[in-house]
Design a protein around this ligand. Structure first.
Ligand SMILES: [Ca+2]
Length: 198
């Protein structure tokens, strides 16, 4: 009973109504509606994504598939769908932290420009930059999200383009150590491969 659809449960209960006392039927309906309320609060593992506005639960396969399934289309939100293709925010944040730990709190000025000093504080902190890298579909969106200056954004673009063209000398000239090159290249390529330079 607990796993059947609500409409099927109601039909099954209606069929039982001539055979069971009304008090038992009422109890069963209460359990049914209790179960229904719980469904809208917690999604089943096979429909784990909860639409924020209507509370509907949908399958992962329906996320970012090009057709709206939440009433407000949140399952097709461009930030959500961009973030789904990017490394997780925590992974990006710890990657940025590791560069700061290795090179000092002003190191990321070499990538993101003059506002990226003091461990990214003027940009809102490491986590905010990591979220912007995750959610921004393009480098222009990233610049807008963090209010980067045009010259800083163009510098960042040139770093990405160098990596895309296989020019690791650019990264070395920014002081990236040989032991870090692989990780930095992987990270930048992941962004490029998910449309950051489009
Ligand atoms: Ca969808």
């Amino acid at each position: 009973m607990t796993s059947c659809r609500v409409a099927a449960c109601v039909a099954a209960l209606a069929a039982l109504s001539c055979a069971v006392p009304h008090t038992i039927l009422a109890l069963d309906l209460n359990r049914l509606y209790g179960h229904h309320t719980k469904r809208s609060e917690y999604c089943h593992p096979y429909e784990p994504f909860k639409c924020p506005v209507d509370g509907n639960c949908i399958s992962i396969q329906y996320l970012c598939d090009g057709a709206p399934d939440c009433i407000d289309g949140y399952d097709e939100d461009s930030k959500l769908c961009t973030a789904a293709k990017r490394p997780p925010v925590e992974e990006t944040a710890s990657f940025l932290q590791s560069l700061l730990a290795s090179h000092g709190p002003n190191y990321l000025e070499k990538l993101f420009g003059s506002k990226a000093r003091d461990a990214l504080e003027p940009l809102g902190g490491v986590e905010k930059v990591a979220i912007a890298l995750s959610e921004s579909q393009t480098i222009e969106d990233f610049g807008a999200a963090l209010h980067l200056m045009r010259s800083d954004l163009e510098h960042l673009r040139s770093v990405f383009m160098a990596v895309e063209n296989g020019d690791l000398g650019m990264l070395k000239s920014l002081g990236i150590k040989d032991s870090e090159l692989g990780d930095v290249k992987f990270f930048l390529e992941k962004l490029v491969n998910t449309g950051f330079l489009d």
